[in-house]
Design a binder for this molecule. Structure first.
Ligand SMILES: [Fe+2]
Ligand SMILES: [Fe+2]
Length: 382
């Protein structure tokens, strides 16, 4: 090669191309990284745990079976189970939500698990099975995180520090139930840290109701309802009934009859009901006539202890006919101004969640804001 003007010019052009190439590479790697950050693929979470079983949910880009290896000793995951069912996301055909059921587990026991043949397996994940009758446990309730990802992450970090056995979520977990709103808003890294170790149970909110992905991302416990959006389950001495205010629940309807029979038949000491739109609420979206009727006709005669709801973005403790009706709607979405009614005991405009310590003679409830300050505390007793 001779050293002449033409070669110098070519060299300069090549260097320019080199610079453009490197620049494009940087942009592409950034795009890839941010997409990877938001990707939930192979980040497992729990649904429908019981004393003797658990369902692990795993998203992958294909329908090929996912294998979970698990066991009681974290250095010896000597059992395995694989996909028994997958569901494809409605608006993202390259997202397959796998369900893997672990069975034959011991109650009140710690289990470790990982996804076989996946690089995500640095240390195994772990969870605890549900406790049997007569055993104390803690659970949390939060709701309406929606697109408020910053306060949601703060609340999630605090929830994780309480190590709940299970999470009751009162709906509006994302803005519209689309694939991207679930991934970008609900399945945040801080949220994943909770739900890889403890199952969440959602009472569907009006925001995620308009999209079938909610059914894809949740797997309700098997119950006599035969429905994914209203169901019941037990843990320790507590019976949980989860209802949908997005499906008809008028007296005489299928859901109403299920709720009535369910509450009449449970033998559990404590009865909790959760649904999204509160029966009794001062300020925000206010009261719900149908749920007031359901409360009077079913909850009161069956001695329900506590009702968990969301929808109005603040905290409120209302007490009507001996039942505590809590509005726990400060999970992240913009806060509303609460009001007072003659049934209102405490009300706070604050991001928050509630922790429930279930003991043999009482349930201690502590409501905590996003600064880890106590904003309410009370006991539920018989
Ligand atoms: Fe909401
Ligand atoms: Fe709502």
């Amino acid at each position: 090669m001779t050293f002449n003007y033409q070669n110098i010019k070519q060299g300069k052009i090549l260097k320019k191309f080199e610079r453009i190439f490197i620049f494009l590479l940087l942009i592409l790697s950034n795009v890839y990284l941010s997409a990877a950050d938001k990707n939930m693929n192979y980040q497992p979470y729990l649904q429908s745990v019981s004393e003797h079983s658990a369902i692990i949910m795993v998203e992958s880009g294909s329908s090929d079976n996912i294998i979970i290896e698990y066991g009681e000793n974290q250095t010896n995951l000597n059992q395995s189970s694989q996909t028994y069912l997958y569901k494809q996301c409605v608006d993202n055909k390259s997202s397959f939500m796998h369900r893997i059921k672990l069975t034959g587990l011991k109650s009140n026991s710690q289990y470790y698990y990982h996804i076989k043949n996946h690089t995500n397996n640095n240390a195994p994940f772990s969870f605890r099975t549900f406790v049997s009758t007569g055993t104390d446990f803690d659970f949390v309730c939060a709701g309406d995180c929606r697109s408020g990802t910053k306060p949601h992450s703060n609340i999630a970090k605090l929830i994780k520090s309480y190590s709940p056995l299970l999470c009751m979520y009162s709906g509006d977990l994302c803005y519209n139930g689309s694939y991207s709103s679930w991934i970008d808003e609900f399945f945040l890294p801080d949220e994943m840290k909770i739900i890889e170790s403890a199952p969440f149970y959602n009472s569907i909110g009006n925001h995620e109701a308009g999209h079938n992905n909610t059914e894809i991302f949740t797997e309700a416990p098997e119950s006599l309802s035969g429905h994914w959006d209203y169901y019941s389950f037990d843990c320790g001495d507590v019976h949980f009934l989860v209802l949908s205010t997005e499906t008809t629940i008028d007296p005489g309807s299928k859901q109403y009859m299920f709720a009535k029979t369910d509450l009449e038949n449970t033998k559990k000491k404590w009865k909790f009901v959760m649904f999204h739109k509160p029966a009794y609420c001062a300020g925000g979206h206010g009261e719900d006539k149908t749920m007031i009727e359901v409360s009077k006709k079913i909850f009161v005669p069956n001695k329900v202890d506590c009702v968990l709801t969301g929808h109005s973005h603040f905290y409120q403790r209302n007490e009507v006919n001996g039942i505590k009706h809590l509005v726990i709607g400060g999970g992240g979405a913009p806060l509303y101004n609460p009001k007072n009614n003659n049934y209102t005991k405490v009300t706070k405009k604050d991001y928050h969640f509630a922790n429930f310590e279930v003991k043999s003679d009482k349930i201690q409830v502590t409501v905590i804001n996003d600064k880890n300050e106590k904003i309410d505390q009370f006991e539920i007793k018989k």
